[in-house]
Design a protein. Structure first.
Length: 407
């Protein structure tokens, strides 16, 4: 089997995902994707006519994000028209999945050079408050699916994880992100976003709140009580009732709020992945290789618990244990996801999300997985360590994962 080598990783800063407030919100999603696609060429000097495919993750494929963003952004970036493009949706897991699919194609010997990544502009108009599964009554009867924030509260209630622990994790995420930014730990991957006239739209992380403390978080009201009791139609079940259909004895308390949930942001990220023979023949220096990938489904009603079994699966596939992993990125979609992950796997907290996570930095849904792969690679290099693991929960009760090793 051929090796899939990661040649480079880059990303935009994350802008606040609200119209009128975010520095990227006025731009087209293709513009954000184009920024990182152009940066890969500028940084590595490859011929875009050699790109077999651009595999892109975008979860909300509506409005300007519809119409195969991967292909359109490649054209907008001036890639050769022979560089094909596809866009996929695994909800929050789209960015990891794009990298995994690209690696699979290279490892199978079917492609030599691929670009993977993702874009999400959360400042775009929302689709509305629909139950997961597009409000399909037959599917909801089989697998009741709720709102992800209500699921986070349900998991915390089921596991007995209190707000104090979640707020402590959130405050630590902000602290670690502040240190990472001050020390320039993100600088290698970060590329500024420019407006069409060449002026800088955003060149730094816009979302972090480094002044955050456990005490300030304690003042925030929970975000999801009203959501839990929302009905899409007069005769539909509430989000709380959907969970209680499967877990009738679960009393859902509300412990998540704006400060211990992932930030709403805009952003894009890209990876350049090549086969060993192509890289050697074209003078591309690899930074890492893909060791193993995995996908895992879990209970769609609680939705957010798959990172743990996905991690166990990818470790088994790699023939590794957690002791072999130097750094881990698990997306902080909600504080309970990262907290439960660390408790269930009894993992050293000093090697998980060491530069903060989505609570501090934001979570541009389809791009986050690609961002995290670049983040763990940069930090492995900075620390002169070898092996990193990235995983994240995704809608429908799923989690993709990937293990990379520096070369």
């Amino acid at each position: 089997m051929a090796e899939a080598l990661i040649i480079d990783a880059c990303r935009t800063p994350r802008g606040i995902g609200k119209q009128g407030k975010g520095s990227l919100a006025h731009l087209h999603p293709q513009h954000l994707a184009r920024t990182v696609l152009e940066a890969l060429v500028e940084r590595n000097g490859f011929d875009t006519a050699d790109v077999d495919d651009v595999i892109w993750g975008t979860s909300s494929q509506v409005c300007e994000q519809s119409g195969d963003l991967g292909r359109m952004a490649a054209l907008d970036a001036g890639y050769d028209v022979t560089a094909s493009g596809a866009t996929l949706d695994r909800f929050c897991g789209s960015g990891i999945t794009s990298a995994n699919y690209g690696a699979h194609a290279v490892m199978a010997g079917m492609e030599d050079l691929v670009v993977t990544g993702g874009t999400e502009m959360m400042s775009l108009p929302k689709k509305g408050l629909l139950p997961m599964g597009a409000n399909n009554p037959h599917l909801q009867a089989l697998h009741p699916q709720s709102h992800q924030g209500v699921c986070a509260d349900a998991i915390a209630s089921q596991e007995g994880i209190g707000r104090d622990a979640l707020d402590a994790l959130a405050a630590e995420s902000q602290r670690r992100a502040a240190v990472a930014i001050a020390e320039g730990r993100f600088d290698r991957s970060l590329v500024p976003v420019r407006n069409l006239d060449g002026t800088v739209a955003l060149d730094h992380e816009e979302f972090p709140r480094p002044q955050t403390t456990v005490e300030s978080l304690a003042q925030l009201p929970p975000s999801f009580p009203a959501v839990a009791d929302y009905r899409h139609t007069e005769d539909s079940l509430t989000f709380r009732e959907l969970i209680n259909q499967k877990y009738p004895d679960l009393d859902i308390g509300h412990v998540h709020h704006a400060g211990n949930s992932s930030g709403v942001v805009d952003g894009a990220a890209a990876l350049l992945i090549a086969g060993g023979e192509y890289a050697a023949a074209h003078g591309l220096t690899p930074r890492a290789r893909v060791v193993a990938t995995a996908n895992m489904g879990d209970d769609p009603t609680l939705m957010l618990n798959a990172p743990v079994p996905s991690t166990r699966k990818v470790l088994a596939r790699a023939g590794m244990t957690l002791d072999d992993i130097d750094l881990i990125e698990v997306n902080e979609a909600f504080a309970v996801v990262a907290e439960k992950f660390q408790r269930d796997l009894d993992v050293d907290r000093d090697k998980v999300n060491v530069n903060g996570g989505a609570i501090a930095l934001g979570h541009p849904i389809g791009a986050t997985g690609a961002i995290l792969i670049g983040t763990v690679l940069d930090e492995l290099e900075r620390r002169d360590q070898q092996v990193g693991l990235v995983t994240m929960c995704a809608g429908g009760g799923m989690a993709p994962s990937i293990i990379i090793e520096r070369v």
